[in-house]
Design a binder for this molecule. Structure first.
Ligand code: SME
Length: 159
């Protein structure tokens, strides 16, 4: 049984705890879907104010929905489209305070108001993107971005 109850006093400590929990969860497990599934569950359990947490995988140059928590979502997203597609095409983190102001945001869940998307890259290859959505505007801070970049580094070795 895994029992990760992370109740850190500040965001930096929370992401440090999350990183060690994630590293423990994926250790010794080579299956990428299993690792993304547990990562999505861990993030969903730990981070407050989310309405979606999960992955889109790079399948032949198109994003395809992977393991997640939240409502059923858009299945395929072309590179360059939506916040996830822009993150995939540019390989740059997208931290969007108001998704309604993002030019080609794809509204999978009308509850989403802000979003953080982090590319997961290994050896120059885009494997997937980590996507977090929140009903709160400007939910994701620089500390969330830095913390999720660290989680993406751990996942890059586990996908
Ligand atoms: N809003 C995303 C689509 C994926 S869902 O949020 C789960 C986007 O614009 O890429």
């Amino acid at each position: 049984m895994y029992d990760f109850k992370i109740e850190a006093a500040d965001t930096e400590t929370m992401y440090r705890d999350l990183a060690s929990a994630l590293a423990g969860l994926v250790e010794g497990e080579p299956d990428p879907i299993a690792n993304m599934a547990n990562a999505a569950a861990l993030l969903w359990e730990t981070l407050p104010d989310l309405n979606w947490a999960g992955f889109y995988r790079n399948i032949g140059g198109e994003l395809v929905v992977g393991p997640f928590q939240g409502r059923p979502a858009c299945i395929r997203i072309p590179f360059g489209e939506g916040v996830c597609g822009v993150a995939a095409a540019t390989r740059q983190v997208q931290r969007v305070e108001d998704v309604h102001a993002f030019e080609n945001h794809i509204a999978c869940d009308s509850a989403s108001n802000s979003e953080l998307v982090v590319p997961i890259v290994r050896g120059g290859e885009l494997l997937a993107v980590l996507d977090l959505d929140s009903p709160k505007f400007a939910r994701f801070t620089e500390a969330d971005e830095a913390g999720c970049v660290r989680l993406a580094e751990i996942l890059a070795k586990a996908l």
